[in-house]
Design a protein around this ligand. Structure first.
Ligand code: KG4
Length: 339
């Protein structure tokens, strides 16, 4: 019998639904929310309202695109957390209602485990090599910067993490200083392609062990821009590409230095990246070069599965399904769920 999982993701500002059949991704539909752009960040109340509007059409389209009917679905998996409470509640309530109505199992998924599982997503007729456990993952997003030993789908050990801001926040906050839109990471990435990464030097943290820190970089970037703008009010405009390239290089250097150390300390050479910041083209190319130099076996998720998506929730749910890791109707959303 076929195993078909419907995945639901609504942790922040993207409403997404996906269908996995027998381990193969058949559809993944995401509705983005443009409503936050003019506020320079996600407005939680607006996000949850938009999820309410989007969730049914998004699920409907995911089912149609997969070429299945809702009666064929074996189980529904949803993001329980971490994320914005109002947003999580929409996906959680929908999943509970759907499971009840169809009398199928309900599966809760930790959003962060979902990001790690994105490395295992396969589409039809696609050549794909799954990472082998245990592997090291650099999980970098708007809320996380962690180095994780992934021992199994459901067993991870965090061996390094940020003590303040996440890498995505460093991109977004510095982008804001330059007057770029939100989220700033993709804009910085685009402008950096035409800039000189060696033009400006920004401070790098001196933190022992495998932990990260990005708040010092944000502050030094802010002061640098402010001081240079006194003599030339157009400093940012005149140097935007070089500023982006130099900032991006600094963030990548910080991330990779600790990842190299983690690989040396653990002896693990199977390396992966995950999370929104793993979409960064500079990080991807620097990591590829580093992997060649160090004979790492590298796993980089497809660009479209780096940011929030339901495909990663559905594949995690698929693996939980076989272990009968089901939730009951008393489950609630958990905004600060840990890995
Ligand atoms: O994983 P994600 O979609 O959401 C969570 O934080 O859970 O990550 C969003 C973060 C934002 O900070 C965004 O600026 C960053 O990922 N991001 C990027 C790029 N694309 C997204 N940062 C740098 N370069 C990119 N191309």
């Amino acid at each position: 019998m076929d195993t078909i999982i419907l995945g639901i993701e609504s942790s922040c500002d993207d409403t997404s639904a996906a269908i996995i059949k027998n381990g193969i991704l058949l559809s993944n539909v995401t509705a983005n929310q443009d409503v936050h752009e003019k506020f320079g960040g996600v407005v939680p109340e607006l996000a949850s309202r938009a999820h309410q509007v989007n969730i049914i059409p998004v699920v409907d389209l995911a089912i149609k695109n997969a070429g299945i009917t809702s009666d064929e679905i074996s189980a529904i998996a949803f993001t329980r957390g971490p994320g914005l409470m109002g947003s999580l509640l929409v996906g959680t309530s929908f999943a509970k209602g759907f499971a009840l109505a169809k009398n199928i199992p309900l599966i809760e998924v930790n959003h962060l485990q979902g990001h790690l599982a994105a490395l295992f997503l396969k589409e039809e007729n696609e050549q794909h090599t799954d990472p082998k456990f245990p592997f090291l993952t650099l999980l970098v997003s708007g809320g996380n910067s962690q180095i994780i030993i992934v021992k199994d789908f459901f067993e991870q050990e965090i061996i390094g993490e940020t003590i303040d801001d996440a890498a995505g926040e460093a991109f977004d906050k510095c982008a804001k200083v330059m007057g770029l839109g939100y989220p700033g990471g993709p804009v910085v990435d685009k402008l950096a392609k035409e800039g000189n990464p060696e033009k400006y030097k920004f401070s790098k943290p001196k933190i022992d062990g495998l932990n990260y820190s990005f708040s010092g970089l944000k502050t030094s970037f802010l002061y640098f821009v402010r001081d240079n703008s006194i003599d030339n009010p157009d400093f940012v405009k005149d140097n935007i590409k070089d500023l982006c390239a130099s900032l991006q290089k600094t963030i990548i250097d910080i991330l990779l230095n600790k990842l190299i150390l983690a690989s040396k300390q653990t002896g693990i050479i199977e390396i992966a990246i995950a999370g929104g910041v793993s979409a960064n083209s500079g990080l991807r190319s620097s990591l590829t070069l580093e992997a060649e130099k160090r004979k790492w076996i590298l796993h980089i998720p497809k660009f479209k599965y780096t940011t929030d998506n339901a495909a990663m929730i559905a594949i995690t749910g698929y693996h939980k399904y076989f272990k009968k890791m089901f939730a009951d109707q008393s489950i609630t959303a958990e905004s600060s769920l840990k890995l």
